[in-house]
Design a protein around this ligand. Sequence first.
Ligand code: ADP
Ligand code: ZN
Length: 436
Amino acid sequence: MPMWNPDCEAMSREELEKLQVKRLREAVERVAATVPFYQKRFQEAGVSPEDINSLDDLKRLPFTEKNDLRENYPFGLFTVSLEQIVRIHASSGTTGKPTVGGYTRADLELWAEVMARTVTCAGVTAQDVVHNAYGYGLFTGGLGFHLGAEKVGATVVPISGGMTRRQVMLMEDFGATVLTCTPSYSLVLAEEAAEMGVDFKKHMKVRTGIFGAEPWSEKMRAEIEDKLGVEAYDIYGLTEIIGPGVSVECEHHNGLHIFEDHFLPEIIDPDTGEPLPYGEEGELVFTTLTKEAMPVIRYRTRDRTVLHVEPCACGRTMVRMEKILGRTDDMLIVRGVNVFPQLVERTLLTVEGLEPHYQIVIDRPKDQLDILEVWVEASPDLFNPIDTRALDALKEKAESELAQTLGVSARVKLMGPRSLERSLGKAKRVVDKRDI
Ligand code: ADP
Ligand code: ZN
């Protein structure tokens, strides 16, 4: 299958490394000249841009973490003034404040470039009709795919999420050949289509699906491919780096090629921070090499994976990361949205009438989207005697507060006093019943 940009995607490792060193040095110079946060960090670490002369020097640079983004919220890590920023996206953070990403015009061009590579890697061309059911908005999924699909000249249908019946109808009527959405939503589409009497394999032209934004297994891939009659490609990205377009599978499905000329990956031991060699599992860390508005230096993703550098039969020389194997923190992904248990707790504590005893229960009934439940004890006063009206109002209040801060809806189940199990050690706050 063709590459969008063979000069970059298939360049020799030697040439690539030279380019990476040069760009790394420039990125470090850029943030050192403009961002007080990095100036301070580099000073504390005793490192300056002149020290960066090889990829090995990368380890001299300090890490950046999600918390650093929070402390510099909203625009503290930008290297340019807002006048040069043409777009802002955001993803849910660990507290009530989101993680922000800013883009200059050049950043949007870069994003379009890596997304064009991404969709081309999955075989998308100007002949395709791309049904893009990733959410449009602050979330990077929808607009990221939009840029890339448009750049390769495909016909983009910016349907965004929701209204599943209408999606099925339009997919059929417009003759969509490519579906882009979260893997779990693809199964919802298949299920809804079946209910409408539409056989995906018979009535739809769709042959390729590009799925990401949440973890999914090989078992789920097999199920999707079987139900939708598509070849399923895994795509990975995160707002802090650029959004989707960081890595994607090629037709060999042997890991996700990282566009390393723009995003420099490392694997580290999450406990010690020491870099690990290719082939070993650890935490994925990225340094953006060419981003203008908000470069990040050694950003700890908290995602666990393994990197492989052996050549791939597709001809791309870019390293491959294995499917994400898990997280090094407790972040959950519910319907594609990042949910931090800590934030659930903080939110519950602000609602009067709730007790600090709670449990988060997540389930995914067959071919449906995730259901997030929060079981929380209500104040004993409300049960003695039982005050149904106050309990209903409290439930409604808690649900609305959670929806506001999490960005995803949660069902609240109010529990009687001492009905949630007390733990002697670390409380078990999350029960994840999903079989992914
Ligand atoms: P996204 O639009 O990709 O969801 P966010 O910044 O909201 O962007 O979330 C990024 C996180 O989503 C990643 O750090 C990772 O944990 C998860 N994620 C994204 N893509 C995948 C994928 N293909 N497989 C597993 N997890 C993924
Ligand atoms: Zn390949």
